[in-house]
Every structure is written in structure tokens, then in C-alpha cells.
Design a binder for this molecule. Structure first.
Ligand code: 2AM
Ligand code: CA
Length: 270
């Protein structure tokens, strides 16, 4: 393991903690304003402020690294980046709808990959007082305690999370899959933060999670789930424009025991 990895992880944890404080303060003082990206996707002034804080600190400390960020560089051409260049993948607020509505399921997500390897992930949930992290090959943790996926063996006992896109035209096949899950599994949760759904699979609080999400929603959480023993794969085989290491399209993450059965349940032509 590169000795830089530990240093980068500590740096990412410090950023995520400070960003978490900014988020809590903004909501306590109601000092944020709402706006809409592409007409329908909620973004607040706190998303932008936290993004600026995180990105400026990365540029300051690691000027040779690249940044893919939901708010400031979502169209970064990842194909042109060398295989040995560290790429930070940032979602300043994952769960913006929850943030704006006064819910607690909100997280800062910071991932880092090099080439085709996920190196580290930090997901801090400031209202819940939980900071999740993982380093490739070293396990996954929540507030310092090691994480492990659940031992659920059967679909009928599985608690499953998913999410619904802002794009209403994409809803029908998801609703059909949710209906199949409701018939065969214990229940469904829609918590509103993909990063936290992945961490909750890692913590054994959820048994499976599936959704189509963007790189910044999953870069950190996918490693955290993987390091806790989850299987990370796909229920859709659509060609993606994103490199595999940050491809969240048709993402399926579950305990290894449930993966094949769960995939068979939702892998239907819709
Ligand atoms: P965001 O808060 O950064 O926008 C949950 O389904 C995940 O998808 C979240 O990580 C959220 O990220 C994003 N998302 C996409 N569509 C959403 C919607 N309609 N409501 C809430 N979150 C949505
Ligand atoms: Ca976001």
C-alpha cells in the first residue's frame, strides 16, 4: 500500500468532518437558498459552498490530482486522465432533498480512485453523527468500528433500498422492480442518499441496494460496501460513458449470499 493512502484518507476525513459542520450550521441558521438544475433537480447554496470548500482544499494540497465533482466539474473528461493520476470524486451533499426538508439522512461523500482501482472512500453523515470510511484492502469502518455486511440468506428476509430519479420518465421500470421486491422481500426503503444506502449495506442495516446513480453518489460508498464484504455489481448491462470504477448506472450491491437471487428477481426486460 502506498504510504500516501493513509495521508489522503486522513485528509479526506478532515474535509468531510468540516463539510459536515458547514451543513449542520447552514440548516440550523436557515442560511441556504434553493435553486433548480436542469429545471427539476434541487440544489442549494450550501451544496455550492461545501463543494467550493472541498475542491479548493484539494487543489491547495494536491495540485497534481484531478477532481470530478457534482457541482463544479460534472462533465470532466475522465478518459483523458492518466492511469496513475489520483482522481477525487466529490458529492458535497448527497441527499439534498432531505437536507432542504429538514431530514437527517444527508451525507458528504468523498472518494478517490487511481486508474481502475478505488483507493479510499469517506461518507460523513453529520446529523446522524456517523462517519464511514474505507481504504482499499484495509476494511471499512463507522466511527472507528469495523463494518460487516449482514448474514441474510434468503430474499424473504431481505430489507432492500433503492431510489427514484429526478427524471419522471425513467420511473416506470423502477416501480415495476419495486413491486417485484415488495412481493418477494421483507420490505423496501427509500432513504434519499445513495452514499448512505451503500454504507448501510456495509453496516448490515440493509441487505441489498439497487439504483442508477452518478459517480459522485457511489464512488466512496461502493468501496465502503466492498470492504465490508458486499458484492458490487450491476443489474443493467447498458454501455456507460463512465469508467467502470465510477459507473453507477444499474448499480446492484448486496450481501454475497443474496446477490444471485436478487439479480434474478430484478433482471427483467422492462
Ligand atoms: P443528490 O442528493 O446528490 O441529488 C438517491 O436516490 C440518490 O440519487 C441521492 O444520492 C440523490 O443525490 C440522487 N437523486 C436523484 N434523484 C433524486 C430524487 N428525485 N430525490 C432525491 N434524490 C435523488
Ligand atoms: Ca449532491
Amino acid at each position: 500500500m502506498s504510504e500516501n493512502y493513509e495521508e489522503w484518507l486522513d485528509f479526506a476525513k478532515a474535509l468531510a468532518m468540516k463539510a459536515g459542520e458547514m451543513i449542520v450550521t447552514a440548516r440550523e441558521n436557515s442560511t441556504f437558498v434553493r435553486d433548480y438544475k436542469m429545471d427539476h433537480e434541487l440544489v442549494t447554496s450550501t451544496d455550492i459552498a461545501v463543494d467550493q470548500y472541498i475542491c479548493s482544499r484539494i487543489v491547495e494540497n494536491y495540485p497534481s490530482h484531478c477532481i470530478l465533482s457534482e457541482e463544479s466539474s460534472p462533465h470532466m473528461d475522465l478518459g483523458s486522465i492518466g492511469d496513475d493520476v489520483p482522481v477525487w470524486v466529490i458529492d458535497p451533499i448527497d441527499g439534498t432533498v432531505n437536507f432542504a426538508h429538514g431530514h437527517h439522512h444527508v451525507a458528504v461523500s468523498i472518494g478517490l480512485y487511481i486508474g481502475d482501482q478505488r483507493i479510499l472512500g469517506v461518507v460523513n453523515a453529520p446529523f446522524l453523527g456517523e462517519c464511514f470510511w474505507a481504504l482499499k484492502g484495509s476494511g471499512a469502518f463507522c466511527n472507528g468500528k469495523p463494518l460487516a455486511v449482514s448474514s441474510a440468506q434468503e430474499l424473504r428476509n431481505a430489507l432492500v433500498a433503492t431510489g427514484f430519479p429526478y427524471q419522471k420518465t425513467a420511473l416506470t421500470p423502477i416501480v415495476e422492480r419495486v413491486s417485484r421486491i415488495l412481493h418477494h422481500c421483507q420490505d423496501v426503503r427509500r432513504n434519499g442518499s445513495a452514499a448512505l444506502d451503500l454504507c448501510w449495506v456495509a453496516a448490515g442495516r440493509l441487505d441489498a441496494y439497487f439504483e442508477s446513480v452518478k459517480p459522485w453518489d457511489m464512488a466512496a460508498g461502493a468501496l465502503i460496501a466492498e470492504e465490508a464484504g458486499a458484492k458490487v455489481g450491476y443489474y443493467l448491462s447498458n454501455a456507460s460513458a463512465w469508467p467502470d470504477v465510477v459507473n453507477g448506472e444499474g448499480l446492484l450491491v448486496s450481501t454475497p449470499q443474496l446477490y444471485a437471487d436478487f439479480l434474478a428477481l430484478i433482471d427483467v426486460d422492462l
